[in-house]
Design a protein around this ligand. Structure first.
Ligand code: NAP
Ligand code: GLV
Length: 312
């Protein structure tokens, strides 16, 4: 009985040490070092974006753990075992990091840093009145799940007016909440900044498209810290050209990494970061996965279980 994990970089040894501290009695294997017998003995697999042959010979798995909040890479894996429970990370320290990231983008637009940046390029000292208060600024968050809720609370505590949208209806204190397809137009109405924190699923793929962008107020700022495929890039570029969007802060792109010469790299109103808004925090993630393995060993239900039909 063993745990097998996939790590694509040099952090593999550290992952093993941290896991071993949490689960001293279980053999833990880095997938790259396994043979047929160790693969057959693996009961738990830990991975995010493993190679195509990762699941070959892992015939006795009882659970698979994603080393990320999003499971789109795993659900797209051609040989993900269909019947094995799949669990994802829930927050594990990412939500606070993403809240900082979103606050940065919201401030960038509200305090006109985009404007001053363009003026700096022209060496123009423009101190005309551009004052907009946080309390007069509306931020809409697509996806009010584990991360979206933390982001929303951070913005509310900074005096922003916050709207949230998700599949099911909820009550979140201080947030103007909208649900489902029928709630989307009301959610999109009159936003200053739109933030995407949705999981990537068949329903949310390309959700930020021409039709959605047309429903925004002119001059809305976009922050995407979810997945690049949520956004139709051609529609995004068109909206930036028309002024529908005043700018965008993109942590994720389609494809990733963004290829050289892609028009987003050099667009003056676009800020790009290389998928670093909410990096996996190793210690907390290992603790969360280890706690779930202990639950499985005790016959208890796992936390963070993914519903494969809805895709998150
Ligand atoms: P989560 O807890 O599963 O929350 C997802 C939210 O999206 C829920 O509120 C859900 O609605 C809503 N949703 C899903 N499908 C929808 C649909 N079709 N229509 C309307 N709402 C829908 O996920 P999370 O932990 O907050 O993570 C969200 C995403 O953030 C991840 O999937 C990942 O893509 C991204 N992420 C990015 C980074 C980064 O570094 N850039 C780091 C971590 C995570 P219900 O509440 O009604 O189910
Ligand atoms: C990172 O993108 C995650 O999904 O955790």
């Amino acid at each position: 009985m063993a745990i097998i994990f996939f790590s694509s970089d040099a952090s593999g040894e550290q992952v093993r040490k941290n896991l071993q501290t949490e689960l001293p009695d279980l053999p833990i294997w880095n997938w790259q070092e396994t043979d047929t017998a160790t693969r057959q003995s693996a009961r738990y697999a830990i991975a995010w974006n493993p190679p195509e042959d990762f699941f070959d010979g892992l015939d006795n798995l009882q659970a698979i753990f994603s080393v990320a909040a999003g499971v789109d890479h795993l659900l797209d894996h051609p040989s993900l075992p269909p019947e094995v429970p799949l669990a994802r990370l829930e927050d594990a320290g990412m939500a606070d990091k993403i809240a900082e990231y979103v606050l940065y983008g919201v401030l960038h637009a509200q305090r006109s840093f985009d404007h001053y940046r363009s003026k700096q390029a022209l060496q123009e000292w423009d101190n005309s009145d551009r004052e907009v208060h946080a309390a007069d600024t509306t931020v809409g968050i697509l996806g009010l799940g584990t991360i979206g809720r933390v982001v929303a609370k951070r913005l509310v505590s900074n005096n922003y007016h916050v709207k949230g949208w998700s599949r099911s209806q909820k009550t979140v204190e201080g947030i103007d909440f909208h649900a489902g397809t029928e709630g989307l137009p009301g959610f999109l109405d009159n936003l200053d900044t739109l933030v995407c924190l949705l999981p990537l699923t068949p329903d949310t793929h390309g959700i930020i498209n021409k039709q959605l962008l047309e429903q925004l107020a002119n001059g809305t700022f976009l922050i995407n810290a979810a997945r690049g495929k949520h956004v139709d890039t051609a529609a995004l570029l068109e909206a930036l050209e028309s002024g529908k969007l005043r700018g965008a802060l993109l942590d994720v792109t389609d494809p990733e990494p963004l290829p050289g010469n892609h028009p987003l790299w050099s667009h003056p109103a676009v800020l790009i970061t290389p998928h670093v808004a909410g990096p996996t925090q190793m210690q907390e993630s290992v603790r969360q996965i280890a706690a779930n393995i202990k639950r499985a060993e005790a016959g208890s239900e796992l936390t963070g279980l993914v519903d494969r039909v809805r895709g998150y």
